[in-house]
Design a protein around this ligand. Structure first.
Ligand SMILES: [Cu+2]
Length: 250
């Protein structure tokens, strides 16, 4: 009888102990989460300007950290680089490696899209990222013809069209999860970078010679840095009208 009682008590103790342990683990987890959030809250704002000091949109700012953490909003695994009014829209698309990019022809005429490694690599004959396909023009009332390309490797892919030499676009397949395109004011903002040492890199289509990366140390205090291109990019022309008439100047 006695023995049973002790066992029952023992069981109760055990139960109490395990509840306590679970509570403890939960408290620890919350604490770890809070710590992680705290050390993951650095804000960095990067102003990209051109050679003349003017704000530069469509530059890609990439931050490399030694932390294994990743942003709350990961880079997209799917994206669209459509063709409309003789342009790739958007001009610059950022994705993560392995992403599927859909090319949709919304123009009423044919495009012969090509993709190749951008920068010096585009002159190499061993272009592993290369692709090319024709997309028939969109007929009224139906969806535009589309083709999907998987961007396997990190790097910058130059987009062009065999039929229209003026068409140019880029897909930046970023090997760091921290990559943001500059807005109309030339600003790229990161809100949840990990604290500690970081390397800031800037890419721009017109910047053929890589800019020297900037080393910085991120902390809870918001930081603002300026990075200047050594070139003045040509501004992208406003899209031509969406009339079904093909513009004559191309
Ligand atoms: Cu075209």
């Amino acid at each position: 009888m006695m023995c049973r009682k002790i066992t029952f008590k023992g069981l109760l103790m055990l139960k109490f102990k395990s509840i306590f342990t679970i509570k403890n683990i939960a408290t620890q987890a919350i604490f770890t989460l809070a710590t992680a959030t705290f050390s993951h809250a650095a804000t960095l704002s990067v102003n990209v300007v051109d050679k003349d000091g003017k704000p530069t949109p469509d530059a890609v700012v990439m931050v490399v950290t030694s932390s294994v953490s990743s942003p709350k909003t990961p880079l997209p695994t799917t994206a669209s680089a459509s063709q409309a009014s003789m342009q790739f829209i958007p001009a610059v698309t950022i994705v993560q490696p392995g992403a599927k990019v859909s090319f949709v022809n919304n123009d009423p005429w044919e495009h012969h899209v090509r993709g190749s490694a951008a920068g010096a690599a585009q002159f190499s004959s061993n272009d592993e990222n290369g692709f090319t396909f024709r997309l028939a023009g969109k007929s009224a009332g139906s969806a535009g013809k589309a083709s999907v390309v998987t961007m396997e490797k990190a790097g910058v892919v130059l987009l062009g069209c065999h039929l229209h030499g003026s068409m140019m676009g880029h897909v930046v397949v970023s090997d760091t999860p921290w990559a943001v395109k500059t807005d109309a004011n030339g600003v790229a903002t990161f809100t949840d970078l990990p604290d500690g040492a970081a390397t800031v890199k800037v890419w721009h289509a017109a910047q053929f010679v890589d800019l020297k990366p900037m080393q910085t140390t991120l902390s809870a205090t918001p930081a603002q840095v300026k990075m200047q291109l050594s070139v003045t990019p040509r501004r992208r022309a406003a899209p031509v009208s969406t009339s079904t008439e093909k513009p004559t100047f191309y």
